[in-house]
Design a protein around this ligand. Structure first.
Ligand SMILES: [Zn+2]
Length: 600
């Protein structure tokens, strides 16, 4: 094996958000060494062209400058050298999301995809990484947190690390800042959470709950052979939400107030959301980080890589994230059913489910799901949300039609055994479901995965002692999952989604065939008056309650700076809001199945 590549990263100028990155290659290509920055980061299926943040690139060898030229948007060529060559990059980093790189005077965070170029042709070579502290006065009290394997790093985390190859190098995000760190053991493996932000969190409770979630997932698929540590990197600002999975860690963002304070005992809605996020990213350490679609083995980070299977990796993970919370006892069955009811509500409120299959949504994630235009509500279905409901249906169908002999758990165990080291072929998951259950599932997959058929949720939930209920929406803040508080629901709807932007009421989406669309309302319109009276969002909802289907109204909207008057006829509000209830007196079989499914 050639000598390891040597990467050195230094937060050179926190005020200007600039890192200096040096990469030394001991045995460069004699014809000139090519370096490449990824165009995307695994787990987030959108072209981001990280090379665009490189402000300057140069190379040196033996103390002398070596010519460097750009080959295309992501690659550089260093002139031939007969000894080691060092590429020096200045990288602008001001993206505080889990997919980016950030540096300011309060902290540093980076993904390797954003700062470390690959040595083209030598991607399998081991990488040594040196993380250098920023110059004073910056970085006082900062520490480094990363799952990368330490070699010479000091007590603050500055110094040497090592990764086996480039794919591993970019799978360890790094946080440097003032951190609160909690440590716990799950299944005999050392786990930690490093939290950045001014939180006053009940760390003991947090670690206890995280351990519960992690061990729940471990009990399903077992501990992978190369899994010997895990780190949750959590950025907790005032608001925000998101996560990105890695093999030995995950990068998370959540609002600091979502974390439990000392003295809190309940699981608030916000904390439940955080636990769901943690659970989701942790399940990915099996489902997509080790067991992947064949199209991702290996990842081609230079361009879009299409697969129809993202619903398996994101949808099934979204199913198991909340399921693990109820199975482990962290949340109640009622709380779990509320979450499922909300997911159903999200899916049935989007007309996109009638136009796009989850297979197509997976395939076109790059240009549709990740780049949603004003028509997305009518044209795009979420492979997360509908994928989770397909997983739910599959699980319940297998359980009820095999008399409890098979379940989605069995399919996932078999999938893990088969594809943990190789890629899952595009038709692999469906074939495996049929193989494990012995059922004829082709019609189910035709309708729900390849097609846009409605999911048989009501019938399947009934076999597990759960009643499926629909009602009209109470308004913009109504996410479903619960019955209506007072039963007084508006009889009509506008057929448009509104948002308050800069003090204005903007139309963000217009539903096909709704009253707003038929009246000529367009996305981006500013709604100013209804029947001659000024309205805002809350006023619009309150006033909507005064109309009945068939009533006519006049809407005044600004499109750009032009005032337009539109005539609208109100239509009956759809029953697009779902909640689930435990059946009052389920048949014995259904009650038994429900216990086997939810673990209570
Ligand atoms: Zn995910």
């Amino acid at each position: 094996m050639p000598a390891a590549h040597r990467y050195r990263i230094w937060p050179a100028d926190p005020g200007a958000h600039l890192y200096e990155v040096r990469l030394t290659v001991a045995e460069p290509d004699p014809d000139g060494q090519v370096f490449a920055m990824p165009a995307w980061i695994p787990g987030s299926y959108m072209i981001r062209d990280y090379a665009k943040h490189v402000v300057a690139a140069r190379a040196e060898s033996d103390g002398r400058d070596v010519g460097v030229r750009k080959l295309d948007k992501s690659r550089w060529l260093a002139a031939p050298c007969d000894r080691e060559v060092t590429l020096v990059l200045e990288v602008f980093a001001y993206d505080d999301s889990v997919r980016g790189a950030h540096l300011d005077t309060t902290h540093a965070f980076f993904n390797g995809t954003c700062v470390f170029p690959a040595v083209v042709g030598q991607e399998d070579t081991a990488c040594e990484v040196e993380i250098v502290a920023p110059d004073a006065p910056h970085g006082k009290g900062w520490r480094v947190a990363t799952s990368m394997r330490r070699t010479t790093a000091d007590e603050y985390g500055y110094g040497g690390y090592r990764a086996d190859d480039y794919a591993e190098l970019i799978d360890h995000p790094v946080e440097i800042g003032e951190l609160s760190i909690g440590e716990f053991d799950a299944g005999g493996i050392a786990h930690a959470i490093a939290i950045r932000g001014k939180t006053k969190v009940d760390m003991a409770r947090l670690c206890h709950d995280l351990q519960t979630v992690c061990e729940q997932h471990q009990s399903l698929l077992g501990i992978p052979g190369d899994f010997d540590r895990y780190l949750f990197l959590l950025n907790a600002p005032g608001k925000g939400y998101g996560g990105l999975e890695h093999r030995w860690s995950s990068a998370l963002v959540c609002a600091r107030d979502n974390l439990p304070a000392r003295g809190d005992e309940e699981v608030s809605d916000e904390y439940r959301t955080f636990l769901g996020l943690v659970s989701h990213e942790y399940f990915h350490l099996w489902n997509v980080k080790r067991m992947k679609p064949a199209a991702f083995t290996p990842y081609d980070l230079s361009q879009e890589t299409h697969t129809g299977l993202l619903w398996v990796y994101e949808g099934i993970t979204s199913y198991y994230d909340d399921l693990a919370l109820v199975r482990s006892g962290l949340i109640t069955v009622e709380s779990y059913l509320e979450l499922v009811g909300r997911t159903i509500t999200r899916v049935i409120r989007g007309g996109g489910r009638r136009r796009q299959s989850v297979e197509a949504s997976s395939f076109d994630a790059w240009t549709k799901f990740y780049k949603q235009d004003a028509n997305a509500v009518n044209a795009v279905v979420s492979y997360y949300a509908k994928g989770a409901l397909i997983a739910l249906c599959l699980d319940l169908k297998l359980r009820s039609e095999t008399d409890g002999e098979a379940s989605l758990d069995d399919v996932m165990k078999a999938a893990w055994d088969r594809w943990r080291d190789t890629g899952m072929p595009e038709d692999g998951f469906e074939k495996l479901c049929i193989e494990v259950s012995g059922l004829d599932l082709q019609d189910f997959f035709d309708a729900t995965v390849r097609g846009t058929g409605e999911l048989p949720l009501e019938a399947l939930l009934k076999t597990h002692g759960v009643d499926y209920r629909l009602r009209r929406s109470a308004g913009g803040k109504d996410m479903g999952g619960k019955p209506s508080k007072d039963g007084k629901l508006p009889a009509v709807w506008l057929g448009a989604t509104l948002a308050a932007l800069d003090g204005r009421t903007s139309v963000t989406a217009v539903h096909n065939d709704g009253p707003a669309e038929r009246a000529g309302v367009a996305p981006g319109d500013e709604l100013v008056a209804l029947d001659g009276l000024r309205i805002d969002i809350s006023g619009c909802e309150a006033r909507t309650r005064r109309y009945r289907p068939g009533d006519r109204s006049e809407l005044a909207v600004f499109r750009g700076d032009e005032l337009i008057t539109l005539r609208m006829r109100w239509a009956e509000a759809p029953e697009d809001t779902c909640y689930l209830e435990l059946a009052e007196s389920p048949e014995t079989d259904a009650a038994t199945r429900r216990t086997a499914w939810l673990g209570h």
